[in-house]
Design a protein around this ligand. Structure first.
Ligand code: GLP
Length: 240
């Protein structure tokens, strides 16, 4: 794993350039996208680059990592809604080529064919990840098998607490989600992970200095052949 340390502004711009490079080299790239506050700066940079004509997303295919069970795509905390308002609505992407797991209805059937659907497009070329304070990636909480594909996951108590800041009340935070598994994520050809703030410092230390163990889901990334970790000073502070 490579590590790049810089301000949130700087690392967001650097990751955006990786996406721009990828899409300009292969206009029909398959991109793996993440939600959460961490990738917001990256998405803002991509919107700007698209408006400036530096990149076009019109042939791009996207797959998102996860979705809360119980929220449909119009709910303002659903990940489909997040992707629309923070990225898709502002770029020249064909929305029919954007895939987000379903949180309602036949969500299980959709989840069960998600990995095959990704494979049918040739697999993910470039995947962006955030990280949970407990070391989760997507919604793969501690204890998730390393060989997991897309599945239903129970959210850890700490994740419910972390994510409650975005809801009116903690009781509104869904307790389950559908998520790409750890193996699904590892299948991506290239991975970039972004982490900022002191709340992520322990997870980053475990990722960069800890053992590879299912108790620390992100530690599986230690085995990925092309994974770069982008952190700010606060998130990196326990590593030095
Ligand atoms: C959620 C998402 C993860 C994300 C994490 C961190 O639990 N399922 O994909 O990485 O939150 O979110 P944030 O970037 O807001 O700290």
């Amino acid at each position: 794993m490579k590590v790049i340390v810089g301000s949130e502004e700087k690392i967001s711009a650097l990751i955006a350039e990786e996406f721009i490079k990828q899409v300009n080299a292969k206009p029909n790239s398959v991109l793996g996208l993440a939600t959460g506050t961490s990738p917001l700066g990256v998405y803002a940079n991509l919107v700007k680059a698209n408006k400036e004509g530096r990149v076009s997303f019109k042939d791009v295919v996207t797959f998102n990592l996860d979705e809360y069970i119980g929220l449909d795509g119009t709910h303002n905390q659903s990940y489909r809604y997040f992707m629309n308002v923070n990225l898709f609505d502002h770029i020249d992407i064909d929305k029919s080529k954007t895939h987000v797991l379903k949180g309602v209805g036949d969500y299980l059937a959709y989840a069960n064919q998600y990995d095959a659907e990704i494979a049918s497009f040739g697999g993910i070329d470039l995947q962006i990840l955030g990280i949970g304070s407990d070391g989760h990636i997507a919604f793969n909480e501690p204890g998730t098998p390393f060989d997991s594909l897309t599945h239903v996951a129970e959210l850890a108590e700490s994740t419910i607490v972390d994510n409650s800041r975005l809801f009116n009340d903690i009781s509104e935070v869904p307790t389950k989600a559908v998520t790409m598994g750890l193996k699904s994520i590892m299948n991506a050809r290239k991975i970039v992970l972004i982490a900022t703030g002191i709340n992520k410092a322990k997870a980053i230390k475990n990722l960069l200095r800890g053992d590879k163990t299912e108790e620390v889901p992100c530690s599986i990334l230690q085995d990925h052949p092309d994974c770069t970790i982008y952190v700010d000073e606060a998130a990196y502070s326990l590593v030095k």
